[in-house]
Ligand binder design. Structure first.
Ligand SMILES: O=C(O)CCC(=O)C(=O)O
Ligand SMILES: [Fe+2]
Length: 276
């Protein structure tokens, strides 16, 4: 455990194993079954791109499967299965993203990716972490990359150019925006490519990184569709201003003292501490 924490602190990311992979296996199986209902045949998630080439059909399926993933509260189940691990790193009082993303990234399709970025470009804070959980084995060619050691670097080292997404279906509040695509992406200098490190992951593992760590993918150069969820986690007492995104997080866990303090406030009909 200490090793994992030291790695995260030094490099801004860490790969870890789920002790109990049954939830991940269950989510994978459920996604495969839902996909089969939608397309009328059962296929392994890895081979999705062999059946779905058309971008419009792909977006429709991603919208439906994301809806399913969120309704079933799969991300919460995944976080709960190892909550003690996250508590050791982030703290006992935890918020988790209410509507996490489900990514389906086909080989050779740059339009399925959001490129390299720091989520601090888009209002994320360095207190927040992304936990990327794959539902397939992901080799380096198909994986997300990170820039090791970038998490504490100043923003001025990473100038960006803001553009309109060439995909005109991605507008503010559109379905694709809600899937995690950016309507006004901020492009980083392509020269950072040489500092990016692809992170291979097996199913049952996850990649955790700070929102201030440079990360992302430009194109899946492998042979399989990458299916993953990136789910954010934040210490509820970190003091991050969430007023612009009041529904972004939900409560995952409370420390014994915070739980009692909340009860006290409820008894006294006072406002519950703002961030909870
Ligand atoms: O999985 C991806 O393609 C992007 C993930 C990401 O940008 C994040 O977790 O913040
Ligand atoms: Fe991101």
């Amino acid at each position: 455990m200490q090793e994992k924490i030291a790695h995260l602190q030094e490099h801004g990311f860490v790969v870890f194993d789920f002790q109990d992979t049954s939830v991940i296996d269950y989510v994978r199986m459920s996604l495969e079954e839902r996909l089969a209902q939608l397309i009328g045949k059962k296929i392994p998630l890895e081979e999705y791109h062999l059946s779905i080439n058309d971008d419009e059909r792909h977006s429709e399926l991603q919208i439906e499967l994301t809806k399913f993933y969120r309704e079933q509260k799969f991300a919460r189940k995944i976080f709960h299965s190892q909550v003690n691990f996250f508590q050791k790193i982030v703290g006992l009082d935890l918020l988790s993203q209410a509507n996490p993303y489900l990514r389906m990234t086909r080989p050779g399709k740059p339009q399925d990716n959001i490129g390299y970025h720091r989520d601090t470009f888009y209002g994320g804070s360095p207190y927040e972490l992304s936990v990327l959980v794959p539902f397939v084995d992901v080799e380096k060619e198909s994986s997300l990359s990170v820039m090791p050691g970038s998490h504490c670097l100043p923003e001025k080292l990473f100038p960006t150019e803001q553009i309109q997404n060439p995909d005109t279906t991605v507008t503010k509040g559109s379905s694709k925006h809600q899937l995690g695509f950016l309507y006004a992406p901020k492009l980083m200098d392509p020269a950072i490519e040489k500092k990016m490190e692809p992170i291979a992951l097996k199913r049952g593992q996850a990649l955790m990184f700070f929102l201030s760590t440079v990360h992302g993918s430009v194109v899946n150069q492998g042979q399989i569709t990458r299916w993953s969820s990136d789910m954010r986690i934040l210490n509820a007492l970190a003091g991050v201003d969430l007023s612009a995104r009041p529904d972004y997080y939900e409560l995952l866990s409370l420390s014994p003292v915070t739980a009692c303090a909340r009860k006290y406030y409820a008894q006294n009909q006072e406002e519950i501490y703002a961030t909870l």
